[in-house]
Design a protein around this ligand. Structure first.
Ligand code: NDP
Length: 242
């Protein structure tokens, strides 16, 4: 079992992924932007599985800060075997009303943040000639979603990066896949207006929002030996919505 980095592991989907990978026997680095206490609580749960779990706070949207974090991780814990690019934000608004800052913030965190980690962690994995990279995209990046022009552009970009990275890193034994969740019950969706939530549930054949653990299960599969020959794919986990 190897070392896994989960960006945005302090809450929601990232916390569930951290716990599942720990249950599968991986040491974990739990990254967060600011909720160190929440991340520590996740780390504590991970340690109960007998693995190492450390919390590291850094902003994935800053390239140099990612470089610094990765060099500390390598010195303390070794080269990561698994990278889960999960950190993400929303700044929703209709296309014609969206402010430039809203667009830039989402692209910076959700797309460039994933690039920062993918390129620099990918280089380490290439030297190690092994690795698993899983990017958390969204159905919004495949089907679009009114009110999320910034978010859907970032997630579609992330799916494109997944396919290119698969072609560039495959020869070094590294798989690169994306998981595209539908509506999942986390802080990100909790604050949506009730009307939007009710409308969303009507579009989901399984008739409910997904649980973070249901995304974690897909990520753990893609990180496992059972998925050794799967790369460049986007696994949609949305209760049948799209
Ligand atoms: P949450 O809002 O619950 O958690 C977001 C996580 O990202 C937190 O851990 C947060 O850290 C971290 N984060 C945000 N910005 C940064 C940054 N600049 N640097 C480092 N960490 C950062 O989100 P979810 O769990 O709902 O979403 C996780 C991923 O899944 C996202 O990429 C999201 O786009 C995607 N997704 C979610 C869906 C949903 O319905 N919930 C649907 C489809 C995709 P902190 O706690 O410190 O703020």
């Amino acid at each position: 079992m190897g070392l896994a980095i989960v960006t945005g592991g302090s809450r929601g989907i990232g916390a569930a992924i951290s716990e599942k990978l720990a249950a599968d026997g991986h040491d974990i680095v739990i990254n967060c932007a600011s909720s160190v206490e929440k991340a520590e609580a996740v780390a504590e749960k991970c340690r109960a599985y007998g693995v190492k779990a450390v919390v590291k706070q850094w902003d994935v949207s800053d390239y140099d800060v990612c470089a610094q974090a990765l060099s500390e991780i390598k010195a303390e814990l070794g080269v990561p075997y698994i990278l889960v690019n999960n950190a993400g934000i929303t700044r929703d608004g209709l296309l014609v009303r969206m402010k430039e800052e809203q667009f830039d913030a989402v692209i910076r965190t959700n797309l460039k943040g994933a690039f920062n980690m993918l390129s620099q962690c990918g280089a380490m994995m290439m030297r190690a000639k092994q690795g698993r990279i899983i990017n958390i995209a969204s159905v919004a990046g495949i089907a679009g979603n009114a009110g999320q022009i910034n978010y859907s552009a970032a997630k579609a970009g992330l799916i494109g990066m997944t396919k290119t990275a698969c072609k560039e890193l495959g020869a070094r034994g590294i798989t690169v896949n994306a998981v595209a969740p539908g509506f999942i019950d986390t802080d990100m969706t909790q604050n949506l207006p009730d009307a939007i939530k009710e409308g969303a549930v009507k579009q989901i054949p399984l008739g409910r929002f997904g649980k973070p653990e249901e995304i974690a299960a897909a990520v753990a599969f893609l990180a496992s030996d059972a998925a050794a020959y799967i790369t460049g794919q986007t696994l949609v986990v949305d209760g049948g919505m799209i």
